[in-house]
Design a protein around this ligand. Sequence first.
Ligand code: XMP
Length: 526
Amino acid sequence: MLPQKIYTSRILILDFGSQYTQLLARCIRGIGVYCKLLAWHASEKEIREFNPNGIILSGGPESSISHNSPRVVNYIFHAGVPILGICYGMQVMAVQLGGTVQSSNKREFGSAQITVTKNSPLLPPIFHNTNTDKKIVMDVWMSHSDHVSQIPSDFIAIAHTEKCPVVIMTNETKRFYGVQFHPEVTHTPQGLSLIKQFVQIICQCKALWTTKNIIDDIIKDIKNQIATERVMLGLSGGVDSLVTALLLHHAIGDRLICIFIDNGLLRLGEANHLTTMFSNCFSLNIIHIKAEKRFLDALIGVQEPEAKRKTIGRVFIEIFEEEAVRIGNVQWLAQGTIYSDVIESGITSTSQTHIIKSHHNVGGLPKKMRLKLLEPLKTLFKDEVREIGLKLGLSNSILYQHPFPGPGLSIRVLGEVKKEYCDLLRSADSILIEELHKANLYKKINQAFTVFLPIRSVSVIGDNRKYDWVIAIRAVETTDFMTAQWTNLPHEFLRTVSNRIINEIHSISRVVYDISSKPPATIEWE
Ligand code: XMP
C-alpha cells in the first residue's frame, strides 16, 4: 500500500538489533532511497506487502551458533531480490543457505585491512588500493568473534583477513552478498560507496527520496487525507512539532489550529518568543493557553518522576479535550512523531528496548478524544526533519536547539515542583545557555541544562551567612541519546557560569557539575 512515487524504490532492513541499524537506514536515505526497518522475525506477508527492491540483514548482538538464535523467514531467499547480509546478517545467511559459522578466540574488533581476491559489482569503483605485496586491500571496521568457516556451495569468497577466512562472500547469479565488516560506520571509509553499489547498481533503486520530493509528497498526502476538515496540533516548541505545523500550514492553511500550552515548566521567555515568532513570521493560527497554575496545582505533593510525567500528560490531555470542544468542528489531531520514536517505542523493532522512562506518547494522546491521528513525519529521521525545516524557512538556532523534554522543568526540579524553584532554575539555565553560545560551545555539545536540587547549603556573602539552594550543571555529548559522555567543559567556562549563577541569582549558594555518563546515569536527573 505504498503508491506514491518517492516510495517506488525501496529497501527493507531486517533488524537483528545491531547498534548501527539506524545508522544504516540513514545511509540509505542519504543516498536518496526510501528504506524501512522491520524486526528480523518479519513474516513473509509483511515482506511481500512492502515489496522491496532489495533486502539488507543487519548485524546483531547474538551468536548464530547458539541454540535458538534469530533466523529470517526463508521466503527472502526465494523472493528474487538482492540481499546484503552485514556481520550477523552475513552469518545467518550463510547458515540458512547451507554454510557453517564458527566461533573463534581470534576476535576482530576495530579497524582491519581486508585483502580482496576477486572483483564484484558490490565493490565501489575506487576500492583498488594495493598494499606492499601488491595485493588489493580495503580498510574496514570489524566487530565480531564468530565467522563464516564454510560458505554455502553456490557462493564464492572474495575477501579475507589474516584472522577471518571469509570477509566477503557473493553469489552473483542470485545477487546475494555477505560482508563481515560494517560498511555503515564512517570507520569503513568506502562503506557508504559499497552501500551505494548495492542499493543503486545491484538493486537498481532510483534516488527519489529528496527533501523537495518528501515535502511535496507529504503536503499532497495531507491534502488528500484531510480534504476540508480541521486539524489540531499541540505545538511544543521542539523541531518536530514546528516542522509538522509548517507542513500542515502549507497543505491546509488556517484549517490548522495550533495549541500552545504554557505549562509554566518552559525555559525563560520561551512561550512569548515562540508564539510571537510563529504567528508573525509564519502566520500560524496559534491559540496560546496560559496554564501554569493548573499544572503546578496538579503537581502539588507529587514527588516521584514517573508520577510527575503522568500528571503532566493527564493535564495536557484535559486541556486538549477542553479546547477541542471549545473550538468545535475538529476532526484530526496532528503529532510530530518521527521514525525514531516509532522504532524506540518497539513498534517495528525487535522489542528488546526496555522502557526506562515513559518518554514519548506514540499514539497515546488521542484515544479518549476520538480524533483521527495524523503523523506526517512518522517515516522520517531527525536529520530529514531538520532538512525539511530548513527548506521551509526555520532558522538554524531552532533546528539545532538542544532537546527539551516534554515534561519540561518538572523533571529538572528534583522532587516536588514549585513555582519558586522553576523560576530559579529558569534563570540559572538561561545563564548557562547564554555562556555556551558566547564561548562557541553550544553547537559542540548535544545537550546542556541546569538542575535544581532542593537541598540547602551554606555560603558566606560579605559578612552574611546564607543557607540556600544548589544548582547542578549537566552537559553531555552523544549521537543517539541512548548512551552519553559527560562533556569535559573548560574549567574557565565552568568558573564563569558558576560565578554568574551565584552572583546573579540570590537564592543559590552553590553550583556543582555532573560528571556521570550514561549508562548508568540517565541524561536527565529524573
Ligand atoms: P534520559 O534522561 O532518558 O534522556 O537519558 C534521553 C533524552 O530524552 C529526553 N527525555 C525526555 N523527552 N519526555 C521527553 O519528551 C520525557 O519524559 C523525557 N525524559 C528524558 C532527555 O532530555 C534526553 O534528550
